[in-house]
Design a protein around this ligand. Structure first.
Ligand SMILES: Cc1cc2nc3c(=O)[nH]c(=O)nc-3n(C[C@H](O)[C@H](O)[C@H](O)COP(=O)(O)OP(=O)(O)OC[C@H]3O[C@@H](n4cnc5c(N)ncnc54)[C@H](O)[C@@H]3O)c2cc1C
Ligand SMILES: *[C@@H]1O[C@H](CO)[C@@H](O)[C@H](O)[C@H]1NC(C)=O
Ligand SMILES: *[C@@H]1O[C@H](CO)[C@@H](O)[C@H](O)[C@H]1NC(C)=O
Ligand SMILES: *[C@@H]1O[C@H](CO)[C@@H](O)[C@H](O)[C@H]1NC(C)=O
Ligand SMILES: *[C@@H]1O[C@H](CO)[C@@H](O)[C@H](O)[C@H]1NC(C)=O
Ligand SMILES: *[C@@H]1O[C@H](CO)[C@@H](O)[C@H](O)[C@H]1NC(C)=O
Ligand SMILES: *[C@@H]1O[C@H](CO)[C@@H](O)[C@H](O)[C@H]1NC(C)=O
Ligand SMILES: *[C@@H]1O[C@H](CO)[C@@H](O)[C@H](O)[C@H]1NC(C)=O
Length: 529
């Protein structure tokens, strides 16, 4: 029985290779290209540009939506006094970390300047605090948290440098003596503003080491400034603008409204199948779909993903960050303030952070304010109808401003990121106890199929600049392979398509083993002590 099975398998293998030839015959009907880029967000466009910069012009970009930009995504909202709509960003909104004289510059900041994006410095000190009784000043707690967090951040540095065991941000904060009581709702609101608002997950759900390292690598390297983009052309102007430097208008290499359903990969190439029955066969491909899309399994892989890859996809977390927009006929909230922090008396993270677009330097007279939710509170609101959510939001505003008769909003809108089929969430986060090895497995190529995007960046996950660096990297590696620059290089070279992966994971290796933390970061953070 047993040996017969083996024989059966051998026969099956033969039949299988016949089937493969037949499939190749079928592939002959696929559109042929050298490099297929799956997804036209920041990573996809950067990958295409890197290829173009290496004079490789035979590529296609396959994109689900009717435009480039991906999670840099805007829509029209409300109206100005002429009746024309405003543009608001549903996805990425800030350039996070700009650059300092003589230091490295965030590539997104370079692009924001190049394309003349209107943006304004986010002044996190321009904040007023509220609870269910109205204005109440608990801003001193912000300073207290920040002092404690420095201690937690140093601890994270020691753990990373010494290769000690990771822990939750909650543990790190507790060890640093930031221990808010469960019913201290002002402290909970402060903590949400300081942690959850950036990471889209709570301190319990986030890695201390990589949460802090990620923040350091962006804000200590470039600068600690966050500039809010309110350009009425939309933030994705930097992406469509860059695309226009190497693509023609209506370039046939850009396949919009094209939904990928299956990716078949092998040593010879990659074939991509779309939901309209068409296919593209390529020598190499770069998949830039979000972690949420990969986890949703709405795109299938042939052969099925090896365990090490599948495990790595499930190991990371896809956060949801939901902005709820309101326009009124007047700005009844303080006109000169950028931020308002509300401490819900019952529910941590319930309508906590409000941002005014009417503030000076933004879009004065817009009378637009928006409030952000993450994680469970975001899922909850995304399941509700607009009417249900509007009622809750208005109740909070009435608590914040008890002395004002607040009119009904003239416009109200929010996206549902958690169920958007081309994103399934907003951006990735590292849960506690993740290791760099696990992330290498997520990032590693499968034969000729590369993975790139915000989530494949160990340094800048969650950020737009992470997507840019990763897209460029994939494009450069494939260009090097195509141009035979790899002919003499041994298989240990990551640059030549041998991204490291581990079949079995035992734990973490010393930092020194990781090229991702090479150069600036290691020398500046870790050599001084
Ligand atoms: C609400 C929100 C707020 C954010 N705020 C900030 C911020 O302030 N600053 C910051 O730096 N970053 C922010 N980010 C993160 C930033 O937007 C992302 O890191 C970045 O845009 C990711 O780019 P990407 O190319 O990796 O992925 P994506 O932009 O997701 O690109 C992937 C592309 O693949 C397409 N696609 C998906 N599935 C398929 C399929 N089956 N077939 C074909 N195409 C498909 C998608 O449509 C998309 O265009 C935010 C994100 C969100 C959602
Ligand atoms: C492509 O080259 C241009 C011009 O040198 C440069 O500005 C751009 O950053 C390059 N793009 C990538 C993705 O490397
Ligand atoms: C930020 O806001 C605070 C409080 O309003 C103000 O004192 C400070 O000058 C502002 N900083 C900048 C750089 O605008
Ligand atoms: C983060 O940066 C601080 C300095 O601002 C440093 O003390 C700490 O060790 C760093 N931590 C990590 C994990 O990079
Ligand atoms: C940019 O800001 C200027 C000055 O406020 C304004 O006149 C212009 O219309 C804005 N442009 C866009 C595209 O937002
Ligand atoms: C809200 O603030 C008011 C005024 O400072 C205070 O009396 C009240 O106890 C606070 N509510 C909660 C739940 O802390
Ligand atoms: C806004 O609407 C409210 C309620 O309809 C009204 O009382 C108020 O005067 C209006 N404000 C302006 C500036 O028109
Ligand atoms: C590879 O090595 C051969 C023999 O040493 C040499 O002639 C060739 O130029 C090398 N190719 C590259 C791309 O370096």
């Amino acid at each position: 029985m047993h040996s017969k099975r083996i024989l059966g398998a051998a026969l099956a293998a033969q039949t299988c290779s016949a089937a493969v030839s037949a499939a190749r015959g079928h592939d002959a009907q696929c559109t042929k290209t050298t490099v297929a880029i799956l997804g036209g967000g920041m990573a996809g466009v950067a990958a295409a540009q890197a290829l173009s910069n290496s004079s490789i012009d035979d590529f296609v970009i396959i994109e689900y939506q009717d435009k480039l930009g991906g999670r840099v995504h805007h829509t029209t909202f409300g109206k100005d006094k002429n009746g024309d709509p405003y543009t608001v960003e549903l996805g990425a909104n800030w350039v996070q970390g700009l650059g300092s004289p003589g230091g490295p510059e965030n590539p997104i900041w370079t692009l924001a300047k190049k394309w003349g994006l209107n943006n304004t410095y986010s002044n996190y000190s321009s904040i007023l605090t509220y609870n269910e009784t109205g204005y109440t000043d608990f801003s001193a707690l912000l300073d207290e948290y920040e002092t404690r967090f420095e201690t937690a951040s140093d601890l994270a540095g020691t753990i990373l440098k010494e290769n000690y065991q990771d822990m939750t941000v909650r543990s790190g904060l507790s060890l640093a003596d930031w221990k808010p009581k469960r019913d201290d709702m002002t402290a909970q609101a402060v903590e949400w503003w300081e942690w959850d608002w950036e990471d889209a997950y709570s301190p319990e759900q986030s890695s201390l080491v990589f949460g802090v390292a990620g923040s350091n690598l962006t804000f200590n390297q470039f600068s600690d400034e966050n500039n809010y983009v309110w350009d009425q052309r939309g933030f994705n102007r930097i992406i469509t603008g860059e695309a226009s430097t190497f693509l023609k208008e209506n370039d046939p290499r850009v396949h919009l409204n094209s939904k990928v359903t299956k990716i078949s990969y092998s040593d010879d190439g990659v074939t991509i199948y779309k939901d309209d029955g068409s296919c593209v066969s390529a020598a190499y491909a770069v998949c830039t779909f979000s972690l949420g899309v990969l986890q949703s399994e709405t795109v299938s892989f042939t052969p099925t993903l090896p365990d090490w890859k599948k495990t790595s996809i499930e190991k990371f977390s896809m956060g949801t960050y939901t902005k709820i927009f309101l326009q009124f006929n007047e700005t009844f909230w303080p006109e000169d303030t950028q931020y308002f922090l509300y401490a819900s008396p019952t529910t941590r993270g319930s309508y906590p952070v409000w941002q005014s677009l009417s503030a000076p330097g933004f879009i004065p007279d817009s009378n637009i304010i928006f409030v952000t939710l993450v994680h469970e509170q975001a899922y909850r609101a995304e399941r509700q109808t607009d009417e249900q959510t509007k009622e809750e939001v208005m109740k909070v505003l009435r608590e914040m401003y008890p002395d004002i008769t607040i009119p009904e909003p003239t416009a109200f809108m929010y996206p549902r990121w958690s169920t958007t089929p081309w994103a399934y969430g907003s951006y990735s986060n590292w849960p506690p106890s993740t290791t760099l090895e696990m992330h290498e497995n997520f990032r590693a190529n499968l034969n000729r199929l590369w993975f790139a995007g915000e989530a494949t960046s160990a340094q800048y996950f969650g950020f737009l600049h992470g997507a840019w660096f990763e897209g460029r990297n994939a494009g450069e590696q494939i260009a090097a392979l195509l141009q035979d620059e790899c002919a003499n290089i041994t298989d240990t070279s990551e640059a030549c398509g041998n991204l490291r992966h581990y079949e079995t994971l035992y734990g973490s290796s010393p930092l020194a083993d990781y090229s991702v933390f090479d150069g600036w970061s290691v020398s500046s953070f870790y050599s001084s002590s």
